[in-house]
Design a protein around this ligand. Structure first.
Ligand SMILES: [Zn+2]
Length: 60
């Protein structure tokens, strides 16, 4: 399970979404579009999330 908090992206906003990668990407993309009027590409969010995941889980 992964999570994106809106404030970790630099917004003064308490939105958070958790779940599997596909859900979080879509939820956050939808939130950015509706609440902040920012049209991120899904690919950009996917890259951000994958980078975040790999930073959180140390390679064994
Ligand atoms: Zn937000």
């Amino acid at each position: 399970m992964v999570a994106i908090r809106c404030d970790e992206r630099g917004f003064d906003c308490d939105y958070v979404t958790t779940g599997n990668v596909e859900k979080v990407i879509f939820d956050y993309w939808d939130h950015m579009s509706k609440e902040h009027g920012i049209d991120y590409s899904l690919g950009t969010l996917e890259k951000y999330l994958k980078k975040k995941i790999s930073a959180q889980i140390p390679a064994s």
